[in-house]
Design a protein around this ligand. Sequence first.
Ligand SMILES: Nc1ncnc2c1ncn2[C@@H]1O[C@H](COP(=O)(O)OP(=O)(O)OP(=O)(O)O)[C@@H](O)[C@H]1O
Ligand SMILES: [Mg+2]
Length: 418
Amino acid sequence: MTEPLPNLAKVIVSEIAAHPVAMPPPPVAKTPQPVRTVMVFVTDRDSEGVIRQCLSDLAVPDAIFVNGGVDAAITALKARSSPRLLIVDVHGVDDPVGRVHDLANVCDPETGVLIIGDVNDIRIYRSLKASGVVEYYFKPLVRNLVMQTCQAIMTGNTEQAPSRQGRLIFIVSARGGSGGTTVATNTAWFLAEKRKRRVALIDMDLQYGDAALQLDASPSHGLMEALEHPDRVDELFLERAIIKVGERLGLMAGLEPLNDTVNLDEHAVMSLVELMLRRYRYLFMDIPAEVAPRLLRLMHLPSTTVLVSASSLACARDVARWRVKLGPNSAERTTLHIQNKSGAGNALSNEEFARAAGAPPDIVIPYANEIGIASLLGVRGLQTCAALQNGLVPLLRQLSGEEATLSVRSIWQRIWGK
Ligand SMILES: Nc1ncnc2c1ncn2[C@@H]1O[C@H](COP(=O)(O)OP(=O)(O)OP(=O)(O)O)[C@@H](O)[C@H]1O
Ligand SMILES: [Mg+2]
């Protein structure tokens, strides 16, 4: 079962209302976008016929039809990029709302989802709408209604603002050099390249950040501009400012002059985050130790915070302090602690570290010379580092919604093809 989808937009809006500052104008209505693709998972011939007819009337050239329901859709979307329009049959499914939540976990926020089924139940309808699907129709399908909904999705004119949001993940280095950027870049890269999800990474170290270096990309001034002039940030701006690392991985990272003063306005960061979460399934923010205290309101939004520390006594003390600052886990917000560089020269034993940090870590990654050496080649070099990749498996499993029953070995094989 996946966690409930946070309605982050609402939280951000109330935060902004409580602290008025110059804010960007409301986002402009989406201009019609060309159809990316259409995928249809349907289990009966009558519904298939109605949908085929609708798509043909709308002149959709390349719809993919699969004879199957929501389970088939989840399996398919784990392995490929999300379509623009997704039609999924939940006929005969015991817990359609739960399965649609699972589907949302593997599907881009921008995908318009139309669910069809055999149950006429207003509670199911409301729950599905609340989880962000555009419409739910029960069978037999009414051609006009299906056509209207398909057309609205494909032209970006669905009435409701999408309530499905990407997942927000903060990677916070408890102190400089702990390994935060290594974890952030490798995890983001994996989800985009191997799991085919749309992923973005924002490097909040505007002057010294090396996420771009790790991802073999060139930093740009776009992030700084977005933070200095939040009123200029819209879809068009993002289209230009996001550095495309691959087909599905977007990066915002700068390398601002050292003599410039970087003033971080948390409201500007939050409004950028809100826009990015509408475009990406996962939004990673690589936050250095000294920047994190300036973004505490942001970090209390529904999210996962991955606290990365090295294994020294000073780091254990920082982890304890950060745990207090971040507060206990809740349904909407989780903190995971990665104790990195375990066994390094200045490392405490794992037991000593847990005692000093106040709790054992969720994940331990050993110190390994090969990581430092391979990191010279960035994430591609690090793919061959067993120590790092083994360590990241539990985090990747948590983030990508992999079945907990799989053995580490089989996940390892599936993730890294070994
Ligand atoms: N488990 C490990 N074993 C050995 N070296 C590691 C390990 N994890 C990270 N490193 C190395 O430690 C260095 C610092 O890592 P990284 O840049 O990811 O940390 P950071 O917390 O982002 O630091 P910064 O404060 O510079 O932002 C890098 O050279 C990286 O390759
Ligand atoms: Mg870093």
